[in-house]
Design a protein around this ligand. Structure first.
Ligand code: NAP
Length: 500
């Protein structure tokens, strides 16, 4: 698939999944309802997807509970569980091109990104947790000769995963892989905009030998399907990536039902700070542009607030604009495209409204700001840059979740930190400086779960991912994610002295 013609031919051959998976079986909605799955590439309907609801959630949770209670997965030897998860990763790899096409058709992201980033990282995540599952050790307490205390990790039970549309399979695997690796059963509710890859991977899991009921995929809308999952009395935990407003609801649902655990990966308004002693202005300008324009800006870690030290602001912004100007908005199926469509008409509308607001509030438009490729029927927006953004302006404070950069200036380190931390969010952040002392000092004072020094988005599966403040709590990635899907049990053995 090197050319647009080859990719189009592959799309013609592509068979899209049509069912969810409950208890190891491909399943339509109990009431037969469906919804139209629209591609943002051209606004056309890709197919019908089951519109599942509370009855389907009940069935999926019952299947997951049965699988957990009879131990068909959690009591397998680590070696056996590992073999099955590796088999799943192998099947995903064998179908990587098809999964990439589905992801691009569903989300509008460039096929090159789906093939080189989303799908490989989803596969890597499954492999990483397969490898890790026998490397999570318990603890032995200090005690004394009369007592032996151990702390062991035990799976929680039934995990409800609710995921977004921006990296559909990748985000889903961040949750499903560690939850399964720890021996849990999972019910996944993917976003309505992008259900295809999750549907297909649930089918591949059956082929890989994952016992029925351990991984269920229920397609449908946030309300009723997601809400029914989060309100369910027999779900032990909800693990979520998505917006703050839905995150709040999930905590309420938990409180109103069985006090299930809730883990939230929410939004962000990430500051990227460029100090005058930046060691590489070209690299920083690339990072400033691609930090917010990658994936059409639909990234929770998008570097949407650019903080530039006053004395370099004009020169540096000219470089950023130059990089951004070279970004061509194109057909997501064209392998040459690096910037595709926004996920939906609604998301495009939201971004356009933020652009209007920024103009009205006096932010200065340096680049973009218009909807483009309207003839395609799809939802495309130009990379957009505003500068002279006031700290109090909407663009400096609210998450757009689209390709809109707001640039601000600062005087000195103290000023930069004050502006960077003046947000309800705390997911990602970054800084560019040639001073080791400044790098160390500022990175410790940034109130965010991720800090990147002289680079952007520079960490991987080995490092925990998650937010401070209203960006949520709980961590995806790394061994910490495995601990999230387990309870710690302390067991104490009282030892009788056999010498007496
Ligand atoms: P969203 O509207 O919160 O949706 C996320 C998921 O929640 C979807 O599966 C959605 O279902 C479901 N949902 C909606 N209402 C629900 C309810 N009442 N009960 C249970 N589930 C419900 O967010 P989004 O529009 O997909 O994604 C954008 C947001 O996610 C942004 O704020 C972004 O920052 C954040 N995000 C964060 C991260 C991170 O790692 N921190 C990563 C990606 C995105 P339907 O879509 O089917 O309605």
């Amino acid at each position: 698939m090197q050319t647009l013609a080859e990719v189009r031919a592959a799309v013609e051959r592509l068979a899209l999944p049509e069912r969810g998976t409950i208890g190891g079986r491909l399943t339509a909605a109990a009431d037969g309802a469906t919804f139209e799955n629209v591609s943002p590439r051209d606004g056309r309907v890709l197919g019908l997807v089951p519109r599942m609801g509370a009855a389907d959630i009940d069935a999926a949770v019952a299947a997951a509970r049965a699988a957990f209670e009879d131990g068909r997965w959690r009591t397998l030897t680590p070696k056996a569980r590992k073999r099955i998860l590796f088999a799943l990763a192998d099947r995903m790899e064998a179908e990587a091109d098809e999964l990439a096409l589905m992801e691009t058709l569903d989300t509008g992201k460039p096929i090159t990104d789906s093939r080189n980033i989303d799908i490989p990282l989803a596969i890597q995540t499954v492999r990483w947790y397969a490898e890790a599952l026998d490397k999570v050790y318990g603890e032995v307490g200090p005690g004394n000769a009369a007592k032996l205390s151990i702390a062991v990790h035990e799976p929680l039970g039934v995990i409800g995963a609710i995921t977004p549309w921006n990296f559909p399979l990748h985000m889903a695997m961040w949750k499903v892989a560690p939850a399964l690796a720890m021996g849990n059963s999972v019910v996944l509710k993917p976003a309505e905009q992008s259900p295809l890859t999750a549907m297909r991977v649930a089918e591949l899991a059956i082929e890989a030998g994952l016992p029925a009921g351990c991984f269920n995929v229920v397609t449908g809308f946030g309300d009723p399907a997601g809400a029914a999952l989060a309100r369910h009395m027999d779900v032990d935990m909800i693990t979520f990536t998505g917006s703050g407003p839905v995150g709040r609801k999930l905590m309420i649902y938990s409180g109103e039902s069985n006090l299930k655990r809730v883990s939230l990966e929410l939004g962000g308004k990430a500051p990227q700070i460029v100090f005058a002693d930046c060691p590489d202005f070209d690299a920083a300008a690339e990072a400033a542009a691609w930090g917010v324009f990658f994936n059409q800006g639909e990234v929770c870690t998008a570097a949407s607030r650019l903080l530039v030290q006053q004395e370099i602001a004009d020169e540096f912004m000219a470089k950023v604009v130059e990089v951004a100007r070279s970004i061509r908005v194109g057909d997501p199926l064209d392998p040459a495209t690096r910037f595709g469509a926004m996920v939906s008409r609604e998301q495009l509308g939201t971004a356009l409204r933020y652009i209007d607001t920024a103009r009205n509030e006096g932010d200065r438009l340096l680049l973009g700001g218009r909807q483009v490729r309207t003839d395609s029927g799809g939802f495309y927006l130009e990379p957009t840059i505003f500068d002279c953004v006031a700290e109090s302006s909407t663009l400096a404070r609210e998450e757009v979740f689209g390709p809109v950069l707001g640039a601000l200036t600062f005087k000195d380190t103290k000023d930069a930190l004050r502006i960077a931390n003046d947000t309800i969010y705390g997911l990602a952040s970054g800084l560019w400086t040639g001073s080791l002392d400044r790098a160390m000092t500022v990175s410790r004072q940034l109130r965010a779960g991720l800090v990147w020094v002289n680079g952007w988005d520079a960490c991987d599966i080995t490092m925990p991912f998650g937010g401070f403040k209203q960006s949520g709590f709980g961590r995806d990635r790394s061994l910490h994610a495995m601990h999230k899907y387990a309870d710690l049990k302390s067991i104490t053995f009282t030892v009788r002295d056999t010498n007496t």
